[in-house]
Design a protein around this ligand. Structure first.
Ligand code: ZN
Length: 264
């Protein structure tokens, strides 16, 4: 059985002396791992398509009853390798890859996830890192996974009066009203004030546009404070990490970059 798909490399893992296991996110198979024989000795056959920040056409094959895919051939379609020159943009790009790789089960096609990832990389290449654009991407990817967080109404009872005492509870699906909050006791629960809620509503609305420019414009929107943006980020990141079920390496790296930037 052989198949050709469009995809990106999520990660590579060395095996034996000269081979690589390449984990891809593809349009027709979703997340899939394939053995690239001899790739540690020479990548000529794969023409640079085993790098990250590359969209490529991959030819995969496997024995009729085998369960291991072999990567037979690859050809680059587009690349964003120039992002490597901007550490923060590069870290955002890696984070989007890691979220796409973590939110969806293996070998279940979700072609829109690949489109969202490409749109995110395009936005990073065009204008650098943008918190608003990244939040919009997170919401789209969560929606695609069936976990769009409730923002304007309580995820438990549907109440829309969230002005006093509301919290964000990632394990219960988002905003929780004051009455339902009595039973929100997990560690990820945080207060959700009106400013944060308004920011997340604006991100969700901006995220419906064809490109990420409206979401990017929220970075300088005077309606929102730095605290609103930071709380919005913490809420969505908590939701994603909870669903992925393990720490994300790209987030640890972003936290380190943030700490370095705040040094005097
Ligand atoms: Zn409620």
């Amino acid at each position: 059985m052989a198949t050709e798909c469009l995809g990106v490399v999520l990660r590579t893992t060395p095996v034996r002396e000269s081979d690589l296991i390449v984990t891809l996110y593809t349009d027709s198979l979703g997340r899939v791992s394939a053995l690239a024989r001899g790739a540690r000795r020479s990548q000529r056959r794969f023409a640079g398509a085993l790098s990250t920040l590359v969209l490529a056409r991959y030819q995969l094959g496997r024995a009729p009853r085998g369960d291991v895919w072999a990567l037979d051939n690859a050809e680059i379609v587009r690349e964003w390798t120039g992002l490597a020159g901007d550490v923060v943009a590069h870290a955002h790009a890696a984070y989007v890859s890691e979220v796409v790789g973590g939110l969806y089960p293996a070998e279940q096609p979700e072609p829109e996830a690949l489109s969202i990832l490409v749109a995110a990389w395009d936005s990073l290449a065009a204008g650098g890192a943008s918190p608003g654009a990244l939040r919009a991407v997170e919401l789209r990817l969560l929606d695609l996974a069936g976990h769009l967080p409730a923002i304007a109404q309580c995820a438990a009872c549907g109440a829309t009066d969230l002005d006093v005492g509301a919290v964000f509870d990632p394990s219960r699906g988002g905003a929780i009203c004051r009455r339902c909050a009595a039973t929100s006791r997990t560690t990820g629960v945080r207060p959700l004030d009106g400013g944060t809620r308004a920011y997340l509503v604006a991100v969700a609305e901006a995220g419906l546009a064809a490109d990420l420019a409206p979401a990017r414009a929220l970075d300088t929107d005077p309606r929102f404070t730095a605290a609103d943006r930071a709380a919005g980020r913490e809420a969505l990141v908590a939701m994603i990490v909870g669903l992925v079920g393990k720490p994300l390496r790209s987030l640890e790296y972003l936290a380190k970059l943030g700490a370095a930037a705040r040094r005097p």
